[in-house]
Design a protein around this ligand. Structure first.
Ligand code: FAD
Length: 322
């Protein structure tokens, strides 16, 4: 098998809009790669998403204009990407966002290509052509560096909000349109319509201020006051995993390893212990304030300011002076 010296990034689109995580991945790959970074874009025949995409400086865009495939399911997408690799050659690496779509399509493609995949990476770098993929392991207690030395493409999914997207003018950009992929239709599943959810994980992932609630502030009164505080601060409410047992919170608001990675200017942690699975999602927060009754709470190690005391009383007092 001939490996082409290209590093591919899958462009995720939702209802004819590019998911911004794509730009984060392109920027990161441009920073670390000495070979061309190629964006794989599938769009409707009358769309022009390549214009927006080109602002982030990929070296090449492989463009598939296909009205059916845009609305295709994960199996169809997998088959189309497999056909694309058969047509173009095997890239050195192929990176996907660790989103619902990326987490479904990337492993299916990996299995078909009989290569390796590292899921949910928090960092990527190259040693020559070898992609070194960093991810938390063993319950997030250690960071592992994983490589796939003998198979191609070296595949990874990387979490949204970990890398920073930066615009770049690339006058050398080439756009190559691919015709006749002849992907196989999935007859078992039919998607009749697609709607954007009212609330998305983007709300918390993009929030500039977050009030995060943990088990130590899980009472009805604690949650009520924390929500008032959030309103006054124009902040979004986030939670730790135990709070997702409540009807009003889901994985959409959960911060951490199995939830969302956040990068706010201000994060207030109320009654949160600081388990590694939670702190994995907050390393890009700028100012962290934490409140906990336990003076030895782990979360204080990740905090710029902390208060030893009751979260509810703290929220009440802070809300009163705002
Ligand atoms: C595979 C895996 C993935 C996971 N993914 C995630 C994830 O993405 N996100 C996540 O959050 N968790 C995740 N978890 C769970 C994680 O391990 C912790 O259990 C969880 O983060 C703990 O949440 P907490 O801090 O709210 O609760 P606790 O650990 O119970 O901490 C509560 C804290 O509140 C303090 N406290 C008590 N009363 C008060 C009070 N009145 N005022 C102030 N402080 C008070 C206590 O001192 C304590 O420190 C995951 C676990 C596993 C195994």
């Amino acid at each position: 098998m001939t490996v082409i010296k290209e590093n591919w990034v899958f462009v995720e689109t939702d209802l004819n809009k590019i998911n911004p995580v794509t730009y984060e991945l392109i920027t990161k790959m441009k920073q670390i790669s000495h070979d061309p970074v190629v964006a794989i874009l599938i769009e409707k025949s009358d769309a022009n998403l390549e214009t927006e995409l080109s602002e982030y400086g990929p070296d090449k865009i492989l463009l598939v204009k296909d009205d059916e495939l845009v609305d295709g399911d994960d199996l169809e997408l997998t088959d189309a990407l497999n056909k694309l690799i058969q047509k173009q050659g095997t890239p050195n690496t192929f990176i996907f966002p660790a989103t619902v779509v990326g987490r479904s399509v990337a492993p299916r493609l990996q299995a078909r290509l009989r290569t390796g995949l590292t899921a949910d990476c928090l960092d990527l770098k190259f040693e020559d052509d070898l992609l070194v993929q960093t991810k938390p392991s063993y319950g997030d207690n250690i960071m592992c560096e994983i490589t796939i030395p003998n198979h191609h493409p070296q595949m990874a999914t990387a979490r949204p909000n970990v890398f920073t997207a930066e615009k770049e003018n690339n006058p050398a950009l080439k756009i190559e349109e691919i015709d006749n992929l002849e992907w196989e239709k999935d007859t078992k599943l039919q998607i009749k319509s697609q709607v954007l959810p009212l609330k998305t994980s983007n709300d918390i992932a993009k929030a500039q201020r977050i009030v995060a609630l943990g088990r130590g502030d899980k009472t009805e009164a604690g949650i009520g006051i924390a929500n008032n505080l959030a309103k006054k601060l124009h902040a979004t409410v986030g939670v730790t995993r135990p709070l997702t047992d409540l009807d009003q919170y889901t994985i959409t608001e959960q911060i951490g390893q199995s939830g969302q990675t956040v990068a706010p200017d201000l994060l207030i942690n109320l009654g949160i212990s600081g388990a590694v699975q939670y702190t994995a999602g907050i390393s890009n927060a700028k100012i962290v304030v934490s409140v906990n009754t336990d003076e030895n709470a782990q979360i204080f190690k990740y905090s710029d300011y902390y208060f030893v005391g009751n979260a509810l009383e703290f929220s009440k007092a802070l809300e009163a002076i705002l």
